[in-house]
Design a protein around this ligand. Structure first.
Ligand code: DLZ
Ligand code: SF4
Length: 510
């Protein structure tokens, strides 16, 4: 039988299960750059350029391997994947469509309807690139009252034999070294200079096309830095292991004026589009530790993100969708302030995080969670709008990973299904983690009055407004007690100041 194999923009590496038994003699492979996928949010140009360039390189590799490849470029104006498939079926004469299941619910739901309207059999196969299948995760979640990542992660460590000693106990005696990985940034260590991949003529052409076709999207492609082939991604990862891994753990939660990238690996986008393999990177980092090239805390911290978090959020997404996307614990609905699309705010930490996220499509975990996410939580910004913003802005954002991280972890919008308490914090946390405050017109030590850090009064306003919900959480008891112990007029003054802060920094009518 002749088959048409559809390869999506995030299924590009050698591990795509739909290609594992593909035969150049009978199978045609289809790639399509289409308006529907490129336009469902205002994607960062880096994300579009990465995906288009990686798609074109993957297509070239398959052609070199002898496959008949149909490639539809964006400039051809193909509206949707379905339209591309329809046309390619006719052109190839295939009687069967094969595709690895997409990572987003939206697209999987659409593809399930294709069977009824296309003139062929549609086979959607499981995405075996993940280390915990949907069924594995459902089984793990079954009957548990709370789905805590930590316990899932320990099982994954055991299942894959990662960082275990000969008895099967965790190396070093502990499963988690997070407590060693929270150092603040005071410019105390030299930050290594990155080496970006050289750009091929294919990538250069994509950059020109994306700039022309997406004039209103964020992203400064004069700074395009992404690897677009498995080999290049591997080189980026090896650079990280050599130059940054040892300091990665310690400064994982740091916020630095001097560097947006610090010691982060910048490989999430390669994992998410299939250029790198998640188990292989975990094993390489474990090997680096065994050779003495990095601390155990660094290795464990890295592995927890990939083997733990990444698989956990994906399992949770499929477990709880589509209902998950509609949740909103605190009824947050303030529209996104305009400066989320420009970075133009005088709050230094927020402006740095926003500007860099818009320009590069990259922000590290603490910028996303504790600067942008925390502000959105405290200011009560619309959960839907914040989630769409994250999905649009980051190069590594696909809904399976973006939604639980934003809605669940950053905004606590899922009633605590994911996080045991809201990640709400005042300016003190941001000050402790880095050196933005010294460059800021606001003072993290002040809560009210001219020059007070906006995070502070908003923090207390959040605690006050949601005290009924927070009372149910033992981990919030101390903070609630602190708030209630204060004199009523002091509380009133803080809440009034918070209203002014909101009127200025997150007006209800944006
Ligand atoms: C994100 C994205 C973009 C911007 N463009 C395309 C595209 O033109 N063609 C394509 O096949 N995939 C694209 N993608 C990735 C898809 O949106 C992704 O495969 C689904 O969201 C499922 O994760
Ligand atoms: Fe951010 Fe407040 Fe520090 Fe300014 S003072 S950088 S707004 S935490």
């Amino acid at each position: 039988d002749q088959r048409l194999i559809l390869v999506l923009g995030d299924q590009l590496g050698p591990d795509n299960p739909a290609l594992l038994d593909a035969d150049p003699a009978t199978d045609t492979v289809l790639f399509a750059e289409v308006a529907e996928e490129a336009g469902y949010v205002r994607h960062n140009r880096h994300k579009i350029a990465l995906i288009f360039a990686a798609m074109r390189h993957a297509a070239t590799a398959l052609r070199d391997a002898g496959f008949n490849v149909i490639y539809r470029e964006y400039s051809e104006g193909v509206p949707s994947l379905k339209a591309a498939v329809d046309e390619a079926l006719t052109r190839s004469g295939a009687s069967q469509l094969l595709c690895t299941e997409p990572g987003e619910y939206r697209l999987l739901a659409a593809m399930r309807d294709w069977q009824d309207t296309l003139s062929c059999d549609v086979h959607i196969i499981e995405d075996s690139r993940f280390l915990s299948s949907r069924a594995d995760f459902e089984q793990w979640a079954e009957g548990r009252k709370q789905l805590r990542m930590e316990y899932f992660y320990r099982e994954m460590r055991k299942r894959y034999g990662i960082l275990l000693d000969l008895d099967g106990s965790p190396e070093g005696g502990k499963w988690n070294y997070d407590a060693d990985n929270r150092k603040g940034w005071r410019n105390q260590v030299e930050i290594p200079v990155r080496q970006w991949p050289a750009q091929s003529s294919i990538t250069e052409a994509v950059i020109t096309e994306v700039n022309a076709a997406f004039p209103n999207n964020p992203g400064d492609l004069s700074q395009f830095y992404c690897a677009v082939t498995p080999d290049e991604a591997q080189q980026q990862f090896q650079w990280f292991c050599r130059e940054a891994l040892d300091n990665f753990g310690m400064y994982q939660d740091a916020l630095a004026e001097e560097s947006t990238l610090l010691f982060h690996s910048l490989i999430s986008m390669y994992l998410n589009i299939g250029l790198l393999n998640p188990l292989a990177v975990c094993q390489a980092v474990e090997a680096a530790w065994r050779k003495g090239d990095c601390s155990l805390a660094s290795a464990e911290g890295f592995i927890r993100q990939v083997l733990g978090w990444r698989e956990y959020v994906r399992g949770l997404y499929w477990l709880a969708m589509p209902e998950y996307a509609t949740r909103n614990t605190f009824g947050a609905k303030t529209p996104l302030p305009d400066y989320f699309w420009t970075g133009d705010t005088d709050m230094r930490c927020l402006s740095q995080a926003l500007t860099q996220s818009l320009d590069l499509g990259y922000g590290h975990h603490i910028q996303r969670l504790m600067v942008i996410g925390n502000f959105s939580l405290l200011a009560g910004l619309s959960v839907r709008e914040v989630c769409d913003w994250y999905l649009a802005v980051y190069v590594d954002a696909f809904e399976w990973v973006e939604l639980p991280n934003t809605l669940g972890m950053a905004l606590h919008g899922d009633n605590g299904m994911m996080a045991s308490k809201p990640y709400a914090a005042s300016g003190k946390y941001i000050q402790r983690q880095g050196n933005h405050c010294a460059q800021c017109p606001y003072d993290p030590a002040k809560t009210t009055g001219e020059g007070a850090c906006p995070y502070n009064s908003l923090y207390w306003r959040f605690i006050d407004r949601h005290s009924e919900y927070l009372t149910k959480n033992a981990r919030m008891g101390l903070i609630l007690g602190n708030w209630r112990k204060r004199a009523p007029e002091q509380r009133e003054a803080i809440l009034q100041w918070a209203d002014q802060v909101l009127a200025h920094h997150a007006p209800n009518a944006a």
